[in-house]
Design a protein around this ligand. Sequence first.
Ligand code: NAD
Length: 376
Amino acid sequence: MGRKLNLAVVGLRFGGAFPPIYLAHPEVARVAICDRDPAVLAAYGDRFGIRERFTDVKALLADPAWDAVHLVTGIPNHAELTLAAMAAGKHCACTVPMATRLEDLAAIVALSKKSGLRYMMMETAVYTTQYLHARAMHARGEFGRVQFLRGAHYQDMEHWPAYWLGLPPMWYATHALSPLLALQGVWAQRVCCFGSGAMRPELQKIYGNPFPIETALFRLSNGLAAEATRSLFQTAHAYLESFHVLGEKKSFEWHVENESPIITTMEPNEASQRGNRVATEPVQAEDRKDLLPLELRPFTEAHVVPDPQSPHQSIKQGGGHHGSHPHLAHEFVRSVVEGRPSAIDAVTAAHWTAAGICAHASAMQDGKEVAVPDFS
Ligand SMILES: NC(=O)c1ccc[n+]([C@@H]2O[C@H](COP(=O)([O-])OP(=O)(O)OC[C@H]3O[C@@H](n4cnc5c(N)ncnc54)[C@H](O)[C@@H]3O)[C@@H](O)[C@H]2O)c1
């Protein structure tokens, strides 16, 4: 693209974290906001001084002024709005999950290939400080041979909007799985998954899912095994996203949400000793501001800025999902500007999302092995 981008964010609850980042981006000219709830739209637009507003996403998509959209609406319309956006000629970023049906994943992959438009699934878990730290260790060869991977995501969704109620845990498995798959640059080929626990009958009405927790074993395309566990309901556990990379020389284990990951180093011992020498130490994951343009760097951490409507007041910004938001926004913008696939393009996103969809299909057959389609 030979000029700056005009971009719109659709859905302003979690999505409200993103317009200020795009407004600060040096390669973005205009930012519009869209929410079908006029009260949310007005309150947000007034607060951040954004005048270009839409309540109807169809009107936004029909307006040629906008090059790209970032969808942050509820799960049931991700696929429909992504397809509509690309059919209207817009580059499209979408929050997780990409879709909840394999046929929708295939349709998005096909349209992104046919249209040449950029797609990106905005997976926060592969831009956290913790993941970026593990990625740098991997690039430096510190793990040695990687032997096993494990991820988890626990979140209690009681009293959330109706579309969450009873959602199959593995339909939203990308936070648990994507760090494992991204680090290795692989996809999951086969899965055996067990559902566990008992779900209240009213939570089974929408999706027919009887499981508050699902736990899955995946065979990856490089021959490794990986395990992922997800819970959404009726499980007493603090919010947790975690991942473990077990290597021959070093391992990286992020166990607890707001605690330091642990690095284990194994070194050869004398032959007279049983086992090798093992040392563990907590590590402070580095904030990789250096990967961002100067204007976006403040958004990796929580900070306050003056309220544009009343400058004596302040607005809290940044720091969401362990610093990942500005990295996601920057990667999406750069993929459009450079005319290249994004780091989480349609094929990658389909692989990450399909692994969870197939895991739930396995759980519904009491752990029967299910093959995960290859979208490449
Ligand atoms: N870490 C992460 O990556 C992460 C974190 C939180 C949420 N999410 C994802 O973000 C999405 C949004 O989460 P949320 O908690 O803000 O959801 P929400 O349902 O509370 O809010 C969605 C917003 O989008 C608006 N909206 C819905 N459909 C619309 C349409 N067709 N046109 C215009 N506006 C529309 C709604 O009015 C609402 O303001 C979810 O799909 C969730 O999966 C991802």
